[in-house]
Design a protein around this ligand. Structure first.
Ligand SMILES: [Zn+2]
Length: 261
């Protein structure tokens, strides 16, 4: 039997006109998808006979014509905008929560996280304070991966099995910490489809960006031309390595500012 490759889509906050965003700097807004675009993307999947599923669903069966839908950060738009659209289409999804953001402007509250879970969606952990995990010492890494898991489990009253890496920063130490903490999977920002044979502690994901056109989205969810996106990222990573994380972020903010002005 052919091993089916499933794309894991990565979303962040969704923008509803007239409603303030959790953050609004250009680097953040690049990942904020407009609500009508998100709706069109989900409806396109359904029209084509595809189904949006959670990470846990995917692990259960890497099925043809399925795409895993994931959201990072725990924004309020998860519950207010994404959930109703997904439910209308009978799709599922995994929402990764940054526990330290709960209750902050634009983010879910503890009771809203329970509400999402109660609607049948899968909840995962996206650290406590959203640092780049690869920059942390052992104590801080443990807090962000293991203690954040316990925190979220206490809020939900049930186990949390899935983790996603803030800013996509990932290495072997992160995988070890997640394994020790008892996670079943770690989702990264490595641009790749996942197969039943893929390492569960290093699952690829493909970001849907604000600028993702309908044409690009059609290639994306089917896993077409991912090599091209990978190449762009490799070039970016090379620059990042040359500069270090903080200089890179600084440079990026200057470049994005110039572009948007
Ligand atoms: Zn994040």
């Amino acid at each position: 039997m052919r091993d089916v490759g499933v794309v894991f889509l990565m979303y962040h906050e969704l923008e509803m006109p007239g409603r303030p965003m959790a953050r609004n700097e250009p680097g953040y807004m690049r990942y904020v998808v407009r609500l009508p675009d998100f709706r069109s993307q989900m409806e396109l999947l359904q029209r084509r006979g595809w189904r949006g599923v959670s990470v846990g669903d995917t692990l259960g069966a890497f099925a043809e014509k399925t795409v895993a839908i994931t959201f990072d950060d725990g924004c309020e738009s998860d519950l207010l905008y994404a959930a109703p659209i997904l439910r209308d289409l009978n799709f599922s999804a995994t929402f990764y929560i940054t526990t330290g953001f709960l209750g902050k402007p634009g983010h879910l509250t503890q009771s809203q996280v329970r509400e999402l879970s109660g609607l049948g969606f899968e909840l995962g952990c996206h650290s406590m304070n959203h640092p780049y995990l690869t920059d942390l010492n052992d104590t801080d890494l443990h807090r962000e991966v293991a203690e954040a898991k316990v925190q979220l489990e206490q809020i939900l009253g049930k186990g949390v099995q899935h983790f996603s890496c803030p800013g996509g920063r990932y290495d072997g130490r992160v995988a070890d910490a997640a394994l020790k903490a008892g996670y079943r999977t770690v989702a990264t920002s490595r641009i790749a489809r996942n197969f039943s044979t893929s390492a569960p502690l290093n699952l690829g994901r493909v970001a849907v960006m604000r600028s993702t056109s309908a044409e690009t989205f059609q290639r994306l969810y089917q896993g077409h031309n991912l090599w091209r996106m990978r190449l762009q990222v490799q070039i970016r990573e090379a620059v990042k390595k040359l500069l270090g994380n903080s200089s890179y972020d600084h440079l990026r903010s200057i470049l994005l500012r110039d572009r948007s002005s």
